[in-house]
Design a protein around this ligand. Structure first.
Ligand SMILES: [Zn+2]
Length: 116
């Protein structure tokens, strides 16, 4: 557990994608990290110390929150825009941390989002 605790101490922000306990149950492990979630999640779970995030809000440089369907109300994903530089070329990439917006490999193959 020491290795895990050491890594957690370096985390500045924890973004909660949705309101299932397995996604936010160990938040107290990090005393330093600022919690963030969609406004709906913050209000429903009474996360009084969290920053409520709106759809489209930039929460860090090139990191934006997008409200998405998911397996609870208030689900949100995080989009990271980056440029990887290699051999003198810059390659733009967009990475989406989709939480539970896509709930299975089958759904992903069908380009289907969670539809609760
Ligand atoms: Zn879930």
């Amino acid at each position: 557990m020491d290795g895990v605790e050491n890594r957690i101490s370096h985390i500045d922000v924890v973004f909660i994608a949705h309101g299932h306990l397995d996604h936010y149950g160990n938040l107290d492990l990090s005393e330093k990290a600022q919690g963030m979630a969609s406004r709906v999640i913050v209000e429903r779970h009474n996360f009084t110390e969290f920053v409520p995030v709106e759809d489209g809000m930039e929460i860090a440089e090139r990191v934006k929150v997008v409200y998405t369907p998911g397996d609870t109300v208030g689900h949100a994903s995080v989009v990271v825009n980056s440029v990887v530089t290699a051999g003198g070329f810059g390659i733009r990439s967009r990475i989406v941390l989709a939480g539970d917006a896509v709930i299975s490999v089958k759904y992903f193959g069908q380009r289907k989002l969670c539809d609760i």
